[in-house]
Design a protein around this ligand. Sequence first.
Ligand code: FMN
Length: 222
Amino acid sequence: MKSGVPDEKSPGVPLAPSFRLPCFGRADMLGGMEASDSRPARVLVLYHSQEGHTKMMADLVAEGAGSVPTTEVRLKSVAEATADDLEWCDGVAAGSPTHMGSIAWEMKRWWDVTARPLWPKIEGKLGCAFSSAGGLAGGGELTCLALDLVLMNFGLLVFGAPDYTAPGQTLHYGAVCAGRPRTEGEREACRRLGRRLAEWVQVLVCHRPEFAPQQAAYARFP
Ligand SMILES: Cc1cc2nc3c(=O)[nH]c(=O)nc-3n(C[C@H](O)[C@H](O)[C@H](O)COP(=O)(O)O)c2cc1C
């Protein structure tokens, strides 16, 4: 088997050794800068919350990211976060309440104004989304996709997760709740999103293939 590529003699899922993000990770490309291979993964959980529900989700996303060893997490509202926080991180989880089926203006403004000077300097970081809506089918997933569009505009690599965290509870396009996270499945979907972000940063940026979700010890499809 060539590096990471399955063939007839050794079928299976190609794992991380073949995945490499070259831009801000490789020790040999960074001169005097700190190499991402030898430092913690850096995750920013960036949120806006008017009534507290998205903040509850953000806390759980941060908890999930922080559960991955050798990971530093910054949890900040759009009122607190600066462009430096975005530049610092390897991956960002962006969370907004669903307002009129899309991103709350406060979160959109943060990207339009605060993050704008970094465009397109942050290309290649990882990104994912979460949202609290008023109810099921209120637009939570649309808001995740709208957030993803913003992240993609900056050149971020966005992802969802195929996992289920309980029967009938997934996070394919990001974590979504109706109101606050009420069930353990909903809470775990938020944690899983943060954990997955940290895992992919570990694999793709810090070059630690042992964190690949394909090798996860926890149940991904209960
Ligand atoms: C201006 C405004 C617009 C909203 N639009 C929607 C909507 O389109 N769909 C929906 O399901 N809920 C909508 N809601 C409800 C919020 O998404 C919901 O209460 C959410 O849980 C609030 O999250 P937060 O506590 O983090 O602010 C809206 C609320 C406000 C204030």
